[in-house]
Design a protein around this ligand. Structure first.
Ligand SMILES: [Zn+2]
Length: 218
């Protein structure tokens, strides 16, 4: 329960981070405000999950509906931390999945990804992975450079740079066969949901495939 609540706090923070990155606000100095009436929110209105239900999903000042995505992200992040620690005993896995979740949300909302968020979070992930005493799978990284580089040259316009970068960053964390499996699962699940002539936010599918692959690779 404690870890669930802690995870939901991360989720709450993550939602602020992503929504401010997408609206180009300064997330370091800005205080939390209602998106509709711009009233500053008090600390007791910012409790993860709890506040949503106390306020019945509406802003205290203007009664505008609070986006359900906030509640969903908080609950999801809580579950993520709970399962990361109980199944993998690993904060690293939580960080990995949590950043994938935030990037998915951003991709889903805006069809693009803030490269600063991607680069900073994934470099931290790689370094943290090194500190756990695990070795990087350089052979997978080598394959990824060749494979993704070729893909970029052939179809760089059609595939998002962020998708390729994520696959590249994740490659040294996997055995080769697991990394290939990740791509296959992501592509197949993406195909199921693709509509003709509509851009598909692909990071949610990569993240889904990441969960599946981590469970299998365990
Ligand atoms: Zn309001």
């Amino acid at each position: 329960m404690f870890y669930f609540l802690l995870g939901s706090i991360f989720g709450s923070f993550g939602h602020v981070l992503v929504s401010r990155l997408t609206s180009r606000e300064n997330f370091l100095t800005g205080r939390s405000r209602c998106d509709a009436c711009q009233q500053q929110l008090a600390a007791y209105d910012l409790l993860p999950i709890v506040s949503y239900f106390i306020l019945r999903g509406k802003c205290r000042h203007c009664a505008t509906l609070i986006p359900k995505s906030i509640l969903l992200l908080e609950i999801f992040s809580g579950l993520l931390l709970f399962f990361s620690l109980s199944c993998w005993h690993s904060w690293l896995i939580f960080f990995w999945l949590f950043t994938a979740l935030l990037l998915s949300l951003e991709d889903f909302w805006t069809q693009q990804v803030d490269l600063r968020l991607l680069l900073i979070s994934q470099i931290i992930l790689l370094i943290a992975y090194g500190f756990t005493g695990s070795i990087w799978h350089l052979e997978t990284l080598g394959l990824a450079v060749i494979f993704l580089g070729g893909l970029f040259l052939v179809a760089g316009r059609k595939i998002g740079l962020a998708d390729l970068l994520l696959l590249l960053f994740w490659s040294p964390l996997f055995h080769m066969e697991h990394w290939l499996m990740l791509i296959i699962v992501a592509s197949l699940s993406g195909l199921l949901f693709s509509r003709a002539n509509q851009p598909l936010p692909f990071i949610p599918f990569l993240s889904f495939a990441l969960v599946i692959t981590l469970i299998i690779a365990k």
